[in-house]
Design a protein around this ligand. Structure first.
Ligand code: BMP
Length: 260
């Protein structure tokens, strides 16, 4: 059975789209919210390869309630599912949290490498490898303040060399065999730098397009393999039309890249 990294690649190739929908629709009425989520999913399913769920939706719908229904619905549409937990605790807590999400049906989750390997993320990487799930690492976040952490220059604990923090995270993504590296589409130069470190061995996921100012075409040209997009789709008058045109815009770039 192919594991997360291969499965999402297959779905993306067969449906001709690398869009990951960030299903961050806000709402306090669980039934109305669930209906809206399913409606948006239905509308945009042909134009996305995966759906990413964030903590507000889990808090609003509950993991075993509405979120499980969305996961089943997405899987029945042939889509992959990612939990955006940005996991960031000590090992046994990370493990417990990851088990909850994987048991609920998520195919992958997002973790924060700031917490480190030993006594940090080691537990979830071994769980994911055992159970064929995915772990995506934040390598350089999309918002301005990310420069304060991901962009700072630090001394590499392995080599004693001064390096940008995100470069160390990209190298760790390789060393830990992560299933994806997240780099903001708002930072195409950093996407390019990470691509040069990963060299196609680990895919790059780029959030931060349109609503945060990133250009999906520029991010793809710089090396992003998947584009994560939320508000530009679910807040638009027609989520279906917006997803379709985003997919077309990106496909053109992917095609012209292949022609180079
Ligand atoms: P939007 O396209 O509406 O800006 O949403 C972006 C999504 O990607 C949100 O779910 C956010 O939590 C997530 N995200 C991000 O914006 N930047 C990052 O660096 C990492 C993320 O996971």
């Amino acid at each position: 059975m192919p594991c997360f990294r291969e499965s999402i690649k297959k779905v993306s190739e067969s449906s001709g789209t690398n869009l990951v929908l960030a299903l961050d629709i806000p709402g306090r009425d669980p039934q109305a919210l669930l209906r809206r989520c399913i409606q948006v999913l239905d509308d945009v399913a042909p134009y996305i390869c995966a759906v990413k769920i964030n903590k507000p939706l889990v808090l609003s719908l509950s993991l075993k309630g509405g979120v499980s229904k969305i996961l089943d619905y997405a899987h029945n549409l042939g889509l992959m599912t990612i939990m955006d937990e940005k996991l960031n605790d000590v090992s046994h807590i990370n493990l417990d949290v990851a088990e909850h999400y994987f048991e609920a049906g998520f195919d992958a989750l997002i973790a924060n490498p700031f917490v480190g390997w030993d006594g940090g993320l080691n537990s979830i990487f071994s769980l994911a490898k055992r159970t064929c799930k995915g772990v995506l690492l934040l390598v350089y976040m999309s918002h301005g303040g990310a420069a304060e952490g991901y962009g700072q220059t630090v001394i590499d604990p392995e080599t004693g060399e001064a390096k940008p923090q995100y470069v160390i995270f990209a190298e760790e993504a390789l060393a830990w065999n992560a299933d994806g590296a997240i780099v903001g589409a708002t930072r195409p130069d950093n996407v390019r730098a990470v691509r040069n470190i990963l060299r196609g061995r680990i895919p790059i996921y780029s959030p931060g397009v349109i609503a945060q100012g990133g250009d999906p075409s520029v991010a793809v040209s710089a090396g992003a393999n998947y584009i994560i997009v939320g508000r530009a789709i679910y807040e638009s008058v027609s989520p279906r039309d917006s997803a379709f045109s985003l997919r077309e815009r990106i496909a053109k770039i992917s095609r012209s890249d292949r022609n180079i």
